[in-house]
Design a protein around this ligand. Structure first.
Ligand code: XMP
Length: 315
């Protein structure tokens, strides 16, 4: 059985051996990178710089919440505001793999810049087992390039240190609980952020639409769970599709885009089943989305597909 206490001791010792000198840690605020940050912090002390990149592709209020979470836990975080760089890199990119590669490359170029300024040659990442498996490493079939594995450029000049590389999500959560990390129960959020939930062109406007839709799905689902109408799903969010359909708006005919509600149950993200959300809750979410986003979204649908054959995210 997995022993989080033993894992913590062993990985702190291992990081000390792997990273001799200064390192930076790529923090997103999620449980995987937060665990990696605390472990690396214990191993490296002042030789570690925690860097958080605001990609402009994060959820509502997320950058501020991440900053606060790190501040509260005594870890100093350097925030890099890079949203314009990401939107520039994603201009005109629609192919999902190209999108993931463009984002992975941008992350690395920013980390290289930060590492150079700090004098670090190591990059600590919170990569977990499904990330590299699904990216096709070590003989696995490639499903999608996770931003922190298959999305990395070949010419990167930092040495990777990945303390939670062999753990699955539930094991990472066990370690997080042991370390007292606040985001231990937070639902997963992909490194490429809302870009892989926006099948329309990745523009600030479309990202704003999917951000609001995701917020509504999270908010209404959490409220319904509090009222005992459902158990909080493993992951729940919205996806924006460029598919337009005809509707009846206040001022006549509308022709808006489509939002998909996605909610799944899973243990490790490798397989998943759709969540059984009551229709009344789905309808409430749908109404709030079409009210709030009435100029852009004309239809809301619910994704009933399991993984396999689908994946959790749409790209
Ligand atoms: P998929 O879409 O592959 O997702 O079925 C499985 C789980 O992984 C998350 N995910 C990612 N996490 N970097 C990440 O850190 C990524 O590039 C990435 N892509 C997907 C996804 O949200 C789900 O929880």
């Amino acid at each position: 059985m997995f022993d989080p206490v033993k894992f913590i001791d062993e990985s702190v010792e291992l990081i000390k051996k792997q990273a001799v000198g200064k390192a930076i840690i790529a923090c997103s605020g999620g449980v995987d990178s937060s665990v990696a940050a605390v472990l690396a912090g214990r191993a490296l002390g002042d030789n570690l710089l925690a860097v958080f990149v605001d990609t402009g592709l994060m959820r509502k209020d997320e950058p501020e919440e991440v900053e606060k979470m790190f501040r509260d836990s005594g870890i100093e975080l350097r925030r890099v505001n890079a949203s314009h760089e990401y939107f520039e890199a994603l201009r005109g990119v629609t192919d999902p793999e190209e999108k993931r590669k463009a984002i992975g490359e941008k992350f690395i170029r920013i980390f290289e810049r930060e590492a150079k300024a700090f004098g670090a040659k190591y990059l600590v990442q919170g990569t977990i087992a499904p990330d590299w498996m699904e990216s096709g490493a070590e003989g696995h079939t490639k499903i999608k390039s996770h931003h922190n594995v298959g999305g990395l450029p070949e010419d990167m000049n930092m040495i990777l240190v990945e303390p939670v590389r062999n753990l699955y999500k539930e094991e990472v959560r066990q370690v997080a609980r042991e370390l007292g990390i606040k985001s231990s129960e937070r639902q997963p959020f992909p490194g490429p952020g809302l870009a892989v939930r926006c099948l329309a062109e990745v523009t600030p406007k479309n990202i704003g639409i999917v951000r609001e839709a995701c917020h509504i799905v999270e908010d209404e689902t959490a409220k319904a769970a509090e009222k005992g109408k459902l158990k909080l799903p493993w992951q729940y969010f919205a996806v924006l599709l460029p598919a337009r359909s005809v509707g009846v708006g206040k001022s006549g005919r509308s022709y808006g885009m489509t939002v998909v509600i996605r909610a799944v149950e899973s243990a490790d993200g490798m397989t998943a089943t759709h969540s059984d959300i009551p229709l009344s809750v789905l309808n409430k979410i749908s109404k709030r989305i079409t009210d709030t986003l009435k100029d852009d979204v004309g239809r809301v649908v619910y994704d009933l597909t399991d993984k396999p054959p689908a994946t959790v995210e749409w790209e």
